[in-house]
Design a protein around this ligand. Structure first.
Ligand code: P6P
Length: 334
């Protein structure tokens, strides 16, 4: 058994600029994950289910556990000397960590603290997503929004926690994707999948087909392609959609598949947020030999303009994402 801490120390050379900084940073994420794991597993017994009675910046109903998770991760990261600032789906603006230590810190962290939260009340898997950048403003002063509006290709680390039949932490620092399963009896995350790579082909597709009428023609054509009979390409593919990006992504990573949330009439820019959903998952996907695009361009190449901007998202097995892009090219802007 190898714990997450032991693994990171062993791989320290993967994160050359850190003097144990990644260990401290990931230990904050790990602490938050343990607390959320504990409270999700008994959410029905605590007053943390249901809506908080307010909406977040996107106008979406904030679940109590959304805010709870946000505050847990924010506090854990703030307590670390390596983090200068925090951005989140639940925070309208960037959160500047005050104090001399924070002003000297070299990293900023962006999170979707509890993705798929609408599933919480019905006991379906949810997740936490994180994205880590080195700040670009000078050390010794407070961070500003431009530290957060960097292209996904500048991420130094990214990952997610999936709270499912087991709780797993999956991360990359640009040297492969590694997965750790939480053992609550020991209170540690143990290495369960080293160097995770997408299977060479996939036959799962994840999309909310309830929105089909609103999809671009290229997406409609790709879904038809997925449903055609063709033994050579293992079609028809199986449709699997949980409604939790982290859970759908995780299953597709291990089994081979594609997740699509395209632009729709209701979400003309797409529903998922570029900075703390698409970018971290795209970093992981590419590190696992997969691909992530907005239907035409590489997600990690997009230069963000606003903190909560959205993007269409096609992510998963490289050949499947390429197929979907081919249909988007064949039927542009329709
Ligand atoms: P829909 C959850 O709110 C989320 O951001 C993703 O985790 C999930 O894949 C998607 O939205 C679900 O959206 O419109 O299908 O309910």
């Amino acid at each position: 058994m190898k714990t997450l801490d032991e693994f990171i120390v062993e791989k320290q050379q993967d994160f050359p600029h850190a003097t144990g900084e990644l260990t401290a940073l990931l230990s904050a994420i790990k602490l938050g994950a343990k607390i959320i794991h504990r409270d999700i597993s008994k959410a029905g017994l605590l007053d943390i289910l249901g809506s908080h009675g307010a909406n977040n910046i996107q106008g979406e109903v904030q679940m109590k556990l959304d805010l709870y998770a946000n505050n847990i991760f924010k506090a854990a990261l703030k307590a670390r000397g390596q983090v200068a600032g925090f951005a989140s789906e639940e925070e309208e603006n960037i959160v500047i960590f005050e104090g001399e230590r924070a002003e000297k810190a070299r990293y900023v962290v962006l999170m979707d603290p509890l993705d798929g939260s609408s599933n919480i009340d019905v006991n379906v898997s949810v997740g936490s997503i994180f994205s880590i950048y080195r700040r670009i403003t000078p050390i010794g002063q407070s961070v500003s929004e431009k530290d957060f509006l960097q292209p996904g290709s500048a991420q130094v680390a990214a990952g997610y926690v999936v709270y499912g039949s087991s709780t797993m932490l999956v991360y990359t620092t640009g040297c492969g994707v590694h997965a750790f399963t939480y053992d609550p009896s020991l209170g540690v995350f143990c290495l369960s999948h080293e160097k995770v790579i997408y299977p060479s082909s996939g036959c799962l597709y994840s999309i909310n087909e309830g929105n089909s009428i609103q999809f671009p023609l290229g997406v409609k054509k790709y879904i038809q392609y997925c449903q055609e009979e063709d033994a050579d390409t293992q079609r028809p593919y199986n449709s699997r959609y949980i409604g939790s990006l982290v859970a759908d992504f995780h299953r597709n990573l291990l089994k081979g598949g594609i997740y699509i949330y395209p632009n729709t009439t209701y979400h003309p820019e797409g529903k998922l947020r570029l900075l703390y959903e698409c970018n971290p998952m795209a970093f992981l996907a590419e590190q696992a030999g997969g691909k992530a695009s907005n239907g035409s361009h590489r997600i990690l190449d997009i230069t963000p303009e606003t903190l909560h901007q959205r993007s269409p998202f096609f992510v998963g097995t490289e050949s499947m994402v390429k197929d979907s892009e081919r249909f988007m090219t064949l039927y542009p802007n329709q």
